[in-house]
Design a protein around this ligand. Structure first.
Ligand code: ADP
Ligand code: MG
Length: 747
């Protein structure tokens, strides 16, 4: 039984348009111990025949028998096995791994064959010595001459120790002196093996040939036995699978051996990492911003740092309470006029063209300013204010505001201060703030007025006239209240229209009961109607233009002190701001210990609009998945380009007997190393930015404060999965082609 037997085997190349013949109806029997030399003019089918014999290319017709076994049903896996056990290839263009050293090129075969790295050192050095390359053992293959390269290839075939050695024009690319050496080496390693050599130069091999074959136009014309050979029958060597550790070793070697490729891959993965991070962020941020956007209808400061509190027993906060709360760890600020945080006021000065929306806070909360000064002793009795800008405060801003006076009104158009002088400017230094409104820190008088006006806005006014109750709550007539200096304490001025509500059409000198009701308190008293006004007299009696009479018809004017008694009540609801929102729970626990109800802004955001948000979140998630898929393909195509040069490497591994799984694993490990490096670089940069160790990039700083460990892990998993998919897709594509067509694609 022959080692190899071809019966009527034909090989055709199918191109896009036509079919060409590699060789046609070849019959051949080859045995171990033979040294077969094939010659023939160029294009006669020699290489094609060798490739089919070595299982590097498929055939179309006939049958190839290996040790009597048919191969027409062979799968890629069977061919892998066959190449590994039977075939040692030597190519005209060497097919070494150029970025490996001589030693590594030879070592590669043995590692692929499952040997242990430390067991093979001696053997490799011996073989290198045999091919006279000891001086070059640590030289990269790319730096060797043609003759030297072919000697490495021979050494590689020698250590592979297969029963068949196939050499396609092994001396074609080297000078004559080296060629003779190569011929001799080839002969020496081939005792008892089947050697098939294709050559242009028969003379070089004449001395060793036991059989000569001449091909012409895809057919065998001459097949001549020159020497009798003994028949040798050897079992092919048995191989183990490559060890996991050696896979790691080779993969790591591949990561770093070509610097530019390493750099490009890490760069691509770095950009991928950034893209996934920012996609993920826009997913979470869009959810977050959506919530925030809707929250802004209700709260103008919806910062996650804010907690709204009231007491469980509904009683007012005492100074002592405020003191205690201020001292809780991680509390930055306690704002007593919680209600003022969410009501806007407007700062105007037409001459210097300022119209600015602000919120109001107590000037006592300001500890330092950037421009101007803090209120001096006694100065805070007057109408002074400090402006905190929501972003950076520039010098020009400062000049615009500083020491100028402004009119301050609330959102009802009610005037809170006529001439408010800004004496200081500071800026919001909290980069994570979602607070986009300036804050005006004002002195007590202004604060008082703002508080009463705002309380009025949030309260229900219940008026009892002639024993009848009118309240906005039951949609009966709604009265408005205004304070006016012309009204004496305990009295009220109303419009003459009110006469209609009395039987005798006269309200003058009657009592009117006024009550204010809101979430926290109910408060009221009787007032004596001492005067009425009409269109002609409103100006004289109250100082309003007569054009405004109509809007004042249901307004009850009372003395400012009465007004204060009604509205400027104790503090029932406050806001606490924390320094670090991630540690907000330590604050809330302390607050709860003080019998305080806690409403965290961040919880309200997710509760109130849960359903609407559900939809937005779903949409965001779909968008996230779509962009990840797009990123995957972009990345895949770029990596494919970068790895294009590697197809040769993979083909070489395959000729050496590496199978699909090995290649897949090598590629996976290599890309995983790259992506881990990219990920580590990126997260390190983020962390350094977060802790302000390196330069501040606002966008990245926000990213960094936004992320928790959980987010880092999710993104890491997404990246790893992407990398594995890329590697698998790449190697699957690679294995739909035969080894030779892969080589050909790269020529
Ligand atoms: P040799 O090695 O004897 O020079 P080859 O085996 O390379 O010849 O080629 C044999 C025939 O097959 C030639 O006619 C050649 O044009 C054809 N051939 C070889 N490779 C391909 C290919 N990849 N696609 C199409 N035709 C090919
Ligand atoms: Mg050829």
């Amino acid at each position: 039984m022959s080692l190899l037997k071809l019966v009527n085997v034909s090989k055709f190349y199918h191109n896009k348009k036509n079919v060409s013949t590699g060789f046609n109806k070849v019959n051949l029997s080859l045995d171990q111990g033979e040294f077969v030399v094939i010659t023939g003019e160029s294009g006669s089918g020699k290489s094609t025949l060798l490739n089919v014999i070595s299982g590097l290319d498929s055939y179309e017709e006939g049958e190839l028998y290996i040790n009597g076994e048919e191969t027409s049903h062979y799968t890629e896996k069977d061919y892998e096995d066959y190449r590994r056990k039977y075939i040692g290839n030597i190519f005209q263009n060497f097919n070494l791994v150029n970025s490996y050293t001589v030693y590594q090129n030879i070592e590669l075969v043995l590692l692929l064959n499952g040997e242990k790295k430390r067991d093979i050192r001696k053997k490799i050095l011996e073989v290198i010595d045999l091919v006279k390359l000891t001086k070059f053992k640590n030289t990269k293959a790319s730096k060797l001459s043609g003759g030297q390269k072919q000697r490495v290839a021979i050494a590689r075939a020698l250590v592979k120790n297969t029963p068949i050695i196939v050499a396609d024009e092994p001396t074609g690319n080297i000078d004559i002196a080296s060629a003779n050496e190569i011929t001799k080496l080839l002969y020496e390693i081939s005792k008892n093996k089947l050697v098939v050599v294709v050559t242009h130069n028969y003379e070089q091999f004449a001395e060793y040939a036991t059989r000569q074959i001449v091909m012409h136009d895809g057919r065998i014309m001459v097949d001549k036995k020159l020497k009798e050979t003994e028949e040798v029958i050897d079992e092919p060597p048995k191989y183990k699978n490559i060890r996991f550790f050696n896979k790691l070793l080779i993969a790591f070697r591949n990561v770093f051996n070509i610097k530019i490729k390493f750099f490009l891959l890490v760069l691509v993965y770095f950009i991928l990492t950034i893209s996934v991070f920012s996609n993920y962020t826009s997913l979470s941020m869009s959810t977050y911003n959506n919530e925030m956007f809707k929250m802004s209808y209700i709260f103008s400061d919806y910062s996650e740092k804010r907690i709204i509190i009231n007491k469980k027993d509904k009683s007012a906060f005492t100074d002592e309470d405020v003191e205690k709360i201020s001292k809780i760890k991680n509390v930055r600020e306690v704002v007593k006029d919680d209600i003022l945080i969410d009501s806007n006021t407007y700062l105007e000065n037409p001459e210097i063209k300022v119209w600015d929306s602000t919120r109001i806070n107590d000037i006592g909360n300001v500890k330092k300013v950037k421009y101007g000064h803090l209120p001096k002793e006694g100065e805070d009795d007057y109408n002074v204010a400090i402006l905190k800008t929501y972003g950076k405060a520039s010098k020009t801003d400062a000049e615009k505001y500083l020491n100028n006076t402004f009119k301050l009104t609330n959102s009802n158009g009610e005037e809170i201060a006529t001439e408010l002088r800004i004496i200081g400017i500071l800026e919001n230094t909290d980069e994570t703030s979602v607070d986009y409104t300036d804050t005006l820190y004002v002195s007590n008088d202004v604060l008082d007025r703002a508080r009463t006006e705002t309380n009025l806005f949030y309260s229900d006014i219940i008026v009892t006239l002639n024993d009848k109750v009118y309240s906005s709550e039951d949609y009966s007539l709604t009265f408005n209240l205004k304070s006016n200096n012309n009204v004496p304490y305990g009295q009220a001025f109303v419009s003459e229209d009110i006469n209609l509500y009395y039987k005798d059409f006269n309200c003058l000198k009657k009592n009117i009961n006024i009550k204010v009701k809101n979430n926290y308190y109910e408060n009221g008293f009787d007032l004596y109607i001492s005067d009425t006004f009409k269109k002609n007299t409103i100006s004289k009696k109250l100082g309003y233009d007569k054009e405004r009479y109509d809007e004042m018809a249901y307004t009850i004017f009372i003395n400012p002190d009465n007004y204060k008694e009604l509205f400027n009540q104790n503090t029932y609801q406050m806001s606490v701001y924390v320094k670090d929102e991630r540690k907000i729970d330590t604050v809330t626990t302390e607050l709860e210990k003080l019998d305080i109800n806690v409403y965290k802004m961040m919880d309200m955001t997710s509760n109130i609009f849960g359903e609407i948000l559900g939809f937005a979140v779903l949409f965001g998630k779909i968008r996230f998945v779509v962009s990840i898929i797009v990123l995957f393909f972009i990345c895949y195509f770029i990596i494919k380009l970068i790895l294009k040069s590697r197809n040769t490497y993979f083909s070489t591994i395959r000729t050496l007997g590496g199978n699909k799984k090995v290649l897949n694993d090598l590629l996976n490990i290599e890309l995983l190393v790259d992506i881990n490096i990219a990920y580590i670089i990126f997260t390190t940069i983020l962390i350094l930015i977060r802790h302000k160790i390196i330069l501040k990039i606002n966008y990245l700083y926000q990213l960094s404060t936004f992320f928790e460990l959980k987010d880092y892990i999710i993104i890491y998993i997404v990246l790893i999965v992407m990398s594995v998919l890329i590697a698998n897709r790449y190697s699957n594509k690679l294995f739909t082609n035969s080894v030779m067509s892969n080589y050909r694609e790269n020529e």
